[in-house]
Write a protein that binds this ligand. Structure first.
Ligand code: SF4
Ligand code: SF4
Length: 56
């Protein structure tokens, strides 16, 4: 089960650097997670100021 970034994302970029498998990249209106790469470690959720990454 991968994590998914909700529309609450304010594009601060903090999560991208924390992902151990580089699954996060900047999208048009929010950061996005590649579900095939994500190992569901939860690191992105831990650093997000608005709690946007959720376990899908
Ligand atoms: Fe990366 Fe972990 Fe977040 Fe998945 S849960 S996107 S592996 S930091
Ligand atoms: Fe968006 Fe949260 Fe990632 Fe910042 S840390 S880019 S608000 S998902």
């Amino acid at each position: 089960m991968a994590y998914c970034i909700s529309e609450e994302c304010i594009k601060c970029g903090a999560c991208e650097a924390e992902c151990p498998v580089s699954a996060i990249s900047e999208g048009d209106d929010r950061y996005v997670i590649d579900a095939d790469t994500c190992i569901s470690c939860g690191a992105c959720a831990g650093v997000c100021p608005v709690d946007a990454p959720k376990e899908a």
